[in-house]
Design a binder for this molecule. Structure first.
Ligand code: GSH
Length: 206
């Protein structure tokens, strides 16, 4: 018997937030299963051998990961509000934005996890390397956005969602990184994104 599709996610993951926003923008129904992959009693490895969220569970029980695979699938199964262009060049430009925004979030998540380890085990060199990626990624996103309303021009799409999730994660976990002051155009687009219902409903929370 077919079951409702499920999203296994933590409420702090920027990658899971991206999937939740895409599903909301496309009016795709699913059941949210909150699971923290770092918790001792997590079930995430039963659904994803890599032990990471988000994981999407299809009606037949098959699983999809990671977030980029999930959002591409969700965009392809519903005709509501395409978030990925069909044409190769514009499509790959959106995917490039997604890789950049996800990469900043990835570096930030790695720094956050490293800083949670006992102080004597932490590597400052590793932290600095990843803080450098965050800074360079923010600069690149700000440069690529320029004075445009949305990341790839006039139309809201997956690139804007990925950027918003990345910036929202930095705001949540790294308030000391003042990207709003150093990159006012990123601040403006984030405020524009936060007017959307799907963003308001998925603000990271512990
Ligand atoms: N590239 C993956 C990244 C997923 C990821 O790193 N998720 C984090 C939470 S933000 C996680 O589950 N970490 C648990 C772990 O690394 O064991 C995606 O886009 O889904």
């Amino acid at each position: 018997m077919n079951q409702k599709m499920k999203l296994i996610a933590s409420l702090t993951s920027p990658f899971a937030r991206k999937v939740r926003i895409v599903a909301a923008e496309k009016h795709i129904e699913y059941q949210l299963v909150v699971d923290v992959p770092w918790a001792a009693d997590t079930h995430v490895p039963e659904f994803n051998p890599l032990g990471k969220v988000p994981v999407w569970v299809l009606e037949d029980g098959k699983t999809l990961f990671d977030s980029r695979v999930i959002v591409e699938y969700l965009d392809s199964v519903s005709p509501v509000g395409h978030l990925l262009p069909r044409e190769p060049r514009p499509r790959i430009a959106v995917k490039r934005w997604e890789a950049l925004a996800d990469g900043v979030a990835d570096a930030a998540a790695l720094v956050f996890v490293e800083r949670k380890r006992p102080v004597e085990l932490q590597s400052q060199e590793w932290i600095d390397r990843h803080l450098g990626k965050i800074g360079a990624g923010l600069q690149a996103m700000s440069d690529d956005l320029g004075t445009q309303v949305w990341c790839t021009g006039e139309y809201f799409n997956l690139s804007d969602i990925a950027l918003g999730c990345s910036l929202g994660y930095l705001e949540f976990r790294f308030p000391e990184i003042d990207w709003r002051r150093s990159h006012p155009n990123l601040s403006e687009i984030y405020d524009r994104l936060m007017q959307r219902q799907a963003f308001k409903e998925t603000i990271p929370a512990v």
